[in-house]
Design a protein around this ligand. Structure first.
Ligand SMILES: [Fe+2]
Length: 386
């Protein structure tokens, strides 16, 4: 084997973590010489009042601020291109994103497309972006997507009805201000879905065939925190300490998957998100236990480590016992968080599975799944998830 094939890089943006870190925004905007800012957000975040506070702080510091909030969950290509138009018409030189994964992906897309003067769909795949984007600061309001630290930008291709992945170092924000206080007002259902999205990031990064000791340490710590604190947030969503731990878990998971990439769950979830326009976290939540079970035999040792974190018996048990216990645990864990549904309840029908499987097999995330997934495997996994 070529020894260079074992080399692993690890990239991360500058980030400031902790309660109140959002108050550093103006200082960072001055440091980067921002002048005319495109402030990207959505209606859900606007209701939480963060935008009013952030916008007035920026204006009082002398910045010109243009608001762009015409974004739906699973941001569409045309929404991004509309954002590019607003960015250009207002001669903006910088972008600030305040929101969850959809908002941050949209902001990344606006930056990519405006800098390169091309339609956003032309950048699908790995390392397809040539010109760096305008400076971008992200303030996440959910504990899950980690788009604020990742090399990923996910966009819905509205005509093909599928989500494309743009994976490039140029999509990493210049600064992330990760303030757990901004997640406290998040509705409980969204908290659970985004929390289990983070768990999926951590698990897929840990067992990814591009993982490394640097990504592993982040992934494992993330799984530990989510196992301990997701149920606590579910019971007591207003507790600052529990929210803090989930935000930290999301950050660790983001650092892990941004560098180790993801796997079959995300490939299948992107396909579902595009065709059925379902929430990303929900798709991952329904799929995770099935794909883990499918992947188990590809790396029993790593799945044993995950089982240990979940306090399952692993010392004397054979791999097959651990596999069974882990599958049961994952189902029970989801049930305890009030997620016990299949895609049938969200409108998926059998005849759509073939299309979903064909889209999923072309998703870049499938490349790092630890076990090769065929079209038939994907169809079987979707069928199990209906
Ligand atoms: Fe995700």
């Amino acid at each position: 084997m070529n020894e260079l094939s074992n080399l692993r890089k690890f990239v991360a943006p500058e980030y400031v973590y902790g309660f109140g870190s959002r108050h550093l925004l103006s200082q960072y905007a001055h440091n980067f010489s921002f002048d005319k800012i495109l402030l990207v957000t959505d209606n859900g975040v606007k209701k939480a009042c963060w935008i009013d506070e952030i916008k007035s702080d920026l204006i009082s510091e002398g910045f010109e601020v243009t608001l762009f909030d015409n974004i739906s969950p699973n941001p569409r290509d045309y929404e991004i291109m509309q954002g590019v138009k607003v960015f250009e018409e207002n001669n903006c030189d910088s972008i600030i994103a305040v929101g969850g994964g959809s908002v941050m992906d949209c902001a990344k897309g606006i930056g990519i497309s405006s800098a390169n003067k091309q339609h956003i769909l032309e950048f699908e795949g790995v390392d397809q972006v040539n010109i760096p984007s305008p400076p971008l600061i992200c303030l996440p309001t959910t504990a899950g997507s980690s788009a604020d630290v990742s090399q990923f930008c996910i966009v819905t291709d509205s005509s093909r009805k599928l989500k494309i992945a743009i994976i490039s170092k140029t999509t990493i924000p210049d600064v992330a201000l990760v303030d757990p206080e901004m997640t406290i007002s998040m509705p409980l259902t969204l908290s659970v879905q985004t929390g289990l999205d983070a768990l999926t990031h951590a698990v897929e990064a840990y067992v990814s065939n591009a993982s490394s000791p640097m990504s592993d340490i982040n992934a494992l710590e993330s799984i530990r925190l989510i196992y301990k604190y997701m149920p606590k947030v579910f019971e007591n969503p207003n507790n600052e300490e529990f929210r803090n731990k989930m935000m930290l878990a999301s950050l660790y998971a983001g650092l892990a998957f941004s560098n180790a990439s993801l796997g079959g769950v995300h490939a299948m979830a992107h396909s579902l998100g595009g065709l059925k326009d379902l929430p990303h976290g929900l798709c991952n939540t329904i799929l995770l236990d099935k794909v883990m079970n499918h992947n188990f035999d590809s790396n029993p040792n790593k799945f044993r480590h995950i089982a240990q974190i979940f306090n399952l018996k692993t010392d004397s048990n054979t791999s097959q016992y651990i596999k069974t216990d882990l599958a049961k645990f994952m189902k029970d864990f989801k049930k305890s968080l009030n997620i016990d549904k299949g895609f049938g309840e969200f409108g998926l029908v059998e005849k759509e599975i073939s299309q979903l499987a064909h889209n999923a097999i072309n998703d870049p995330c499938i490349v790092t799944n630890p076990r090769k997934l065929s079209i038939n495997d994907l169809k079987a996994l979707y069928e199990q998830s209906i």
